[in-house]
Design a binder for this molecule. Sequence first.
Ligand SMILES: [Zn+2]
Ligand SMILES: [Zn+2]
Length: 159
Amino acid sequence: MKMLFIFNKDEKMVLSEPHSKTDDWLARLQNSGCRITTPRRAIVETIATSQKALDVVAIFDQARNNCRGLGLVTVYRTLEKLEALHLVQRVHQADGCHMYLTATQGHQHLLICRSCGQVAYFSGDDLSGLFEFVARRTGFDVQEHWLQLFGLCPQCSQK
Ligand SMILES: [Zn+2]
Ligand SMILES: [Zn+2]
C-alpha cells in the first residue's frame, strides 16, 4: 500500500493512508454539496474509525476531543447526511434510541453488544425457510429482511 507522509502542527511526521475511510467519506460529503468544516471532519473521523456502534452523545464526546467548539446540532446534521449517502447505518435499540456505525457492504446480519456497542456480522441465510413460511402464512410478498441480534460480546459476558 502506498503511504503518504504528512507533517502535523508539531512537525512530527505522521503516516496516513492516502485513501483512509475518513478521507473517502469527506470526499463523498463534499461531492454531495456539503462543506467540509473542522467539526464535520471530527465527526466523520470518529465514526469512520470506530469499531463500535456509537450513540449521538458518544460521537459528540469523542469528536469534541478533536474539535472543542463542536455543537450537537452539527452531529445530528452530519449523521443525517452520512446516512443519506449510505455510509453509516442506524442500529435500533430496544429502548428506542439509535446508535450509528459504518454501513455494511452487501447483505449482512448484525450482532451488537448491549453493554459496549461492539458489533459483529454474520451472513448466510438458514432463515430463508422461515421467511418463506411466514410469506405463505401471511400472504405477504417478502422482499427483504434486516436482522439485528442483541446480547453481550464475549468480553462483556465474562464481567
Ligand atoms: Zn461488549
Ligand atoms: Zn439475511
